[in-house]
Design a protein around this ligand. Structure first.
Ligand code: ADP
Ligand code: MG
Length: 701
């Protein structure tokens, strides 16, 4: 007989064998004992107590109720034919409903009998009911009827069920595997951490998560395993950061010189907000330490990130370096180029724009100026990371709207200088704190959490299609005041045709409602050539047109302070963060701005929450939290590479506190023991050794 260990192939487990082993491998990627142990229940059925009918809410999972059957009837025809029974206890009455097996169940239901009913409460027409409950006649003589524990429920599949591996079947083999190898499960967290955070041991936690003796033990098990998950992610992230700072020397920006000071004193057209000042200070401290800076600058739309980036670039110039800023679209790059040029004025610094449509001749000049160091600031799209673009001394690379760029693209920036440049990545997509700690856990984060003074919060309303005339009236009113209006249509790849139809129909209606010569309209969508797009954008930016009809190409970064109305068509089809981004296109000048969310009459529950949220708040972080709750981290940009999607238990929406604890602890550990060489951190060092071994094995196979 084989000696059982965690790495034993699953087919050797009692009750498994080759056939079931195959299915487990194919369906669940369970190859070894260890894999099976790591296959946790996805929920538990509370058989420990009976719920009172008054306690039932639709939020509850499946629960047990004890009650007397007071009526039963078959109602409805054909599809809607159903069996309806009523169950009463001393606190109220609920309905039990069956749509299938109606005759058969009906026979089982003896009037006036007392049943243990088990199922998930639902709300229907304001009444609580349980569809398709399990039923069991109550027998008062049996003391503990209905196995009184928290029963684990495992995800299973049709295929698994064919091999009797339904939730009960999986329970059985979990019991077998724990019997065989529970003593092999080793602790991964140092003893002092267990004590400090009152965590139970790993072995115990694994046992309880599969077979909880009671709710308290389950909670302890889940808490322990969640902590472990989040802790090791942070350990990895912060170790990378440490390695990076150990490996790369950083350029030292120790001078605050002429450019920076002159700009600050003479050219800056407004006072910086306190948040902008604070961020500048953080960046200055960071760039004079001799360590490469890798910083994320988060700031809501319109919070003024560009000027902060510009001032950092001036700092680079003061310290004998060049700087660049990379934007995701041509329009945006152009806009940065223009606004930077406007802000610094002529003869102050040499600035060039490099995009896909830069002419060869100009490109050549730029390359030369870059190489001989006469060009100070290069603004561009990803054209500026091409290999042919060589700087003489790149000191700072800024990446705007960084979520639009991949990791590799950013990595290329690093290689643009012998000593990697300082990197500042900026994003207006507010990311919930928990998520940014994980997504960008190895970056330093600065936040501009304050809008420039005098901005009036944007007023947002939601109108249904039937209220369209109101919207037109409002547009006319604002245009008469000299303002400009955006109208945005969704563009979602899967249904591009449909989207274009909407857009075309929309353009037609708008053109009819807003005819020449009183009104002029710009139209921008993805099917236009860059030069056409640019032409239309420029007309709007210059105020030659009053209405900009566009698909979401304008989402990012565009800045037209005179535009005061943002109308979003089919707004129910946009995600929250997109809606917020779009809204951020207005409210940039001193005028009161408005956002009108147009939607059809039928809204899904989630769409309704999204639109209500938009109407309720302008706060990007609040919106991002709600977004995370609605969608989970999976749909939030950047999560895919980060490992947060592989989280088995922890949940970034609810486990903020654990994450914060774990992260702080990891920071403390690296501060006191950067190489993890102390005896008490032995297990943590081992974790990396093990990981490296398994990675190198992985590479060979
Ligand atoms: P974002 O953070 O969305 O990139 P921008 O950098 O485009 O925002 O800034 C939005 C607008 O606010 C610009 O017109 C900019 O000139 C202006 N602005 C930036 N900082 C301030 C400030 N401290 N006071 C007044 N206006 C500011
Ligand atoms: Mg911006």
């Amino acid at each position: 007989m084989a000696i059982h260990s965690l790495s034993t192939p699953i087919e050797y487990l009692k009750g498994v064998g080759p056939q079931r082993g195959d299915v487990l491998k194919k369906e669940l990627s369970v190859f070894t004992y260890q894999d099976l142990i790591n296959y946790y229940p996805f929920r538990y059925i509370d058989r420990t107590r009976f719920y009172k009918i008054r306690e039932l809410t639709p939020d509850l999972p499946a629960v047990q109720v004890l009650g007397r059957l007071v009526s039963k009837e078959i109602i409805g025809e054909k599809q809607s034919r159903r069996l309806l029974a009523r169950l009463r206890d001393d606190t109220g009455v609920i309905e039990l409903v069956w749509f299938q097996g109606v005759r058969w169940v009906e026979k089982m239901l003896q009037p006036n009998a007392v049943f243990i009913v088990f199922g998930k409460p639902n709300e229907f027409n304001g009444k609580i009911s349980i569809p398709h409950p399990e039923l069991e006649l109550y027998n008062p003589n049996l003391k503990k009827q209905g196995n009184p524990t928290l029963q684990p429920v495992y995800n299973s599949t049709e295929k698994l069920k064919q091999f009797s591996l339904d939730t009960k079947g999986i329970q059985k083999i979990q019991a077998a595997v724990l019997d065989a190898v529970i003593n092999e499960i080793e602790e991964t967290l140092p003893e002092y951490i267990l004590q400090k955070f009152k965590l139970i041991g790993r072995r115990e936690a694994i046992r309880y998560i599969h077979f909880p003796p009671d709710a308290g033990s389950l909670q302890a098990a889940v808490g322990r395993l969640k902590f472990e998950e989040l802790f090791f992610i942070q350990l990895k992230l912060l170790k990378n950061k440490l390695l990076r700072t150990q490996k790369f020397k950083g350029l030292v920006f120790d001078k605050v010189g002429d450019k920076f000071n002159t700009f600050y004193k003479d050219k800056l057209p407004f006072d910086l907000t306190n948040a902008q000042k604070r961020v500048l200070k953080e960046i200055r401290l960071d760039t004079q330490r001799g360590v490469q800076m890798n910083r994320l600058l988060q700031g809501d739309v319109g919070s003024g990130k560009t000027v902060v980036a510009l001032m950092c670039m001036l700092l680079a110039i003061d310290n004998g370096c060049q700087a660049c800023i990379m934007a995701p679209t041509e329009i945006l790059a152009q806009q940065h180029f223009m606004s930077i040029k406007n802000m610094v004025g002529d003869g102050f610094a040499t600035i060039a724009l490099l995009t896909g449509s830069t002419l060869k001749k100009e490109r050549k000049v730029i390359h030369e100026q870059l190489a001989n160091g006469t060009l100070n600031i290069l603004v561009g799209t990803h054209a500026l990371i091409e290999d042919s673009v060589q700087f003489s001394n790149l000191g700072l690379a800024v990446v705007d709207e960084q979520h639009r760029f991949g990791v590799e693209q950013r990595a290329k920036l690093w290689k643009k200088n012998s000593i990697p440049p300082h990197v500042l990545v900026m994003t207006a997509t507010p990311i919930p704190r928990t998520l940014s700690m994980t997504l960008y856990g190895d970056l330093d984060v600065s936040v501009i959490d304050e809008l420039p003074a005098g901005r009036k919060p944007i007023k947002t309303i939601h109108l249904f299609e039937s209220q369209r005339l109101r919207m037109f009236g409002f547009m006319k009113q604002e245009i008469a005041l000299g303002r400009q209006v955006y109208i945005v249509y969704p563009l979602i790849k899967e249904s591009e045709k449909l989207d274009l139809l909407y857009l075309e129909a929309g353009i037609e209606t708008i053109s009819r409602e807003f005819p020449l010569p009183d009104y002029r309209i710009s139209i921008v969508h993805g099917k236009l050539k860059p030069s056409e797009k640019d032409f239309e954008m420029q007309r709007f930016i210059k105020g030659e047109t009053q209405i900009m009809v566009a698909t979401t190409v304008i989402e990012v970064g565009v800045n037209v302070p005179n535009a005061s109305v943002m109308i979003i068509e089919n707004s129910e089809r946009f995600g929250l963060s997109q809606l917020h981004q779009l809204r951020g296109r207005v409210g940039r000048g001193a005028e009161q701005s408005y956002c009108i969310l147009m939607s059809g009459n039928k809204l899904s529950k989630e769409a309704k929450i999204r639109l209500e949220t938009m109407v309720k708040t302008n706060d990007g972080f609040e919106i991002s939290e709600i977004d995370l709750q609605l969608r989970g981290p999976g749909d939030i940009e950047g999560t895919r590479q980060s490992g947060v999607l592989d989280l088995k238990l922890a949940d970034l929406t609810h486990d903020q506190e654990i994450l914060q604890e774990a992260r702080s602890e990891v920071i403390r550990i690296f501060e006191t023991d950067p190489n993890l060489s102390s005896d008490e951190n032995r297990l943590l060092k081992q974790y990396f050794n093990k990981k490296e071994r398994s990675i190198s094995l992985h590479n060979i196979s």
